[in-house]
Write a protein that binds this ligand. Structure first.
Ligand code: SAM
Ligand code: SF4
Length: 351
């Protein structure tokens, strides 16, 4: 469907959990409270929303989190989404730690592509950022990218490690090593500007206008790659030296709102239009109108027997989803932080 400014909205990011097996300092540092499981949507509830979303014109879905692979039914969920009429592509964003374990099941389920988040190739710094000694596992999968039947992208948040005051490790010009992954492997290495959402507010990011100049020094033949690489806002660059490419996702210094095609479903079932603003609609409430919350978390069971294609449910969802998407704001306001109304963490929003 089109929103009030005429943008075609055909892409939905779904965060399926706010839990994670890493503790990235800018996203979900140690000590953060996760939501009771009851607050997270069940597979059937996600299906009901996906059916309605497809009916409204959503064609591509990104499964994210928290870490989507800590939810054991993730492959089942991918299969379910692939079977929703109208959904053309289902992709996954993961920290890669559990990817080897689930890869076979995910491929069988029909996964179309995977994005692996990795910010540094320095083992000490990786551990300082994520709280885990898992760099080898993540690199193991990336190094097999040429033998995988689906495209692999690597997502690195552009953190200014040279000026990072946290921890003693330093990764002098760490982005250079990350960029060089595109020389070694057939992967798109995408740098993401740090956004002032949740704990990200406390970190100094690299301005992508500067990063691009430095990349051009490193690769003098770097030129814009006009080929379509996915359905996101990255601007891609190629060099003779690359097997893959480099992409810049410059939410702050390269505003791409006029071509924004996405909405987000948070882990607690809240449909939101823009990372910057909290405005949206609580779809979980719509789905659980007549269901009461268990008294104790230990009594947790997800509501059962939901008929996902029930006309009443689909019509209620459609009314609120359509109304919400129509009102998608024209642009984010990261450049004026006082106007940001989003107070949730990236781990529940899904990045
Ligand atoms: N756990 C999965 C992963 O790490 O890919 C999926 C969820 S994570 C929230 C999705 C993406 O958001 C990751 O690439 C992460 O680096 C990015 N992210 C988290 N906080 C961010 C921030 N403040 N600014 C920009 N990107 C952020
Ligand atoms: Fe977990 Fe991904 Fe957030 Fe890191 S960025 S804490 S891996 S959800």
């Amino acid at each position: 469907m089109r929103d009030q400014t005429g943008r075609e909205i055909d892409y939905m990011r779904i965060s399926i959990t706010d839990r994670c097996n890493l503790r990235c300092k800018y996203c979900m540092p140690d000590g953060i409270q996760c939501m009771p499981r009851w607050e997270i949507l069940s597979l059937e509830e996600l299906e009901a929303i996906a059916v309605c979303a497809a009916d409204l014109g959503i064609r591509k879905i990104k499964v994210t989190g928290g870490e989507p692979l800590v939810r054991r039914d993730c492959p089942q969920l991918v299969r379910m989404l692939k079977n929703v009429p109208g959904i053309e592509k289902v992709t996954l964003t993961t920290n890669g730690v559990l990817l080897e374990q689930y890869l076979g099941e995910l491929l069988n389920a029909g996964l179309d592509a995977v994005n692996i988040s990795l910010d540094t190739l320095d083992p000490g710094l990786y551990e300082t950022i994520t709280g885990a000694d898992a760099l080898d596992k993540v690199l193991g999968i990336i190094s097999r990218a040429d033998r995988l039947p689906i495209p692999v992208k690597v997502n690195a948040v552009s953190i200014d490690f040279d000026n990072w005051k946290d921890g003693k490790e330093r990764d002098k010009n760490g982005w250079r090593a990350m960029a060089a992954l595109a020389e070694q492997y057939p992967v798109d290495v995408r740098f993401i500007e740090m956004m002032p959402i949740g704990y990200g507010k406390q970190f100094q990011g690299i301005d992508h206008r500067t990063l691009l100049l430095q990349l051009k020094e490193m690769y003098p033949d770097l030129e814009t790659d006009h080929e379509v690489h996915g359905f996101g806002p990255a601007v891609y660059y190629k060099s003779q030296r690359f097997k893959g490419s480099i992409g810049l996702i410059s939410a702050i210094h390269g505003k791409f709102c006029s071509s924004c095609n996405r909405v987000r479903l948070t882990a607690q079932g809240y449909l939101k239009n823009c990372l910057c603003y909290e405005d949206g609609v609580d779809l979980k409430q719509v789905l659980r109108e007549e269901i009461s919350r268990p008294e104790k978390e230990s009594h947790f069971i997800w509501p059962e027997g939901l008929d996902v294609r029930d006309e009443g449910i689909q019509s209620r969802l459609r009314t609120v989803m359509e109304k919400t998407i129509l009102k998608k704001p024209m642009a984010h306001c990261f450049e004026t932080p006082g106007r940001i109304t989003e107070s949730h963490n990236m781990s529940s929003i899904g990045g």
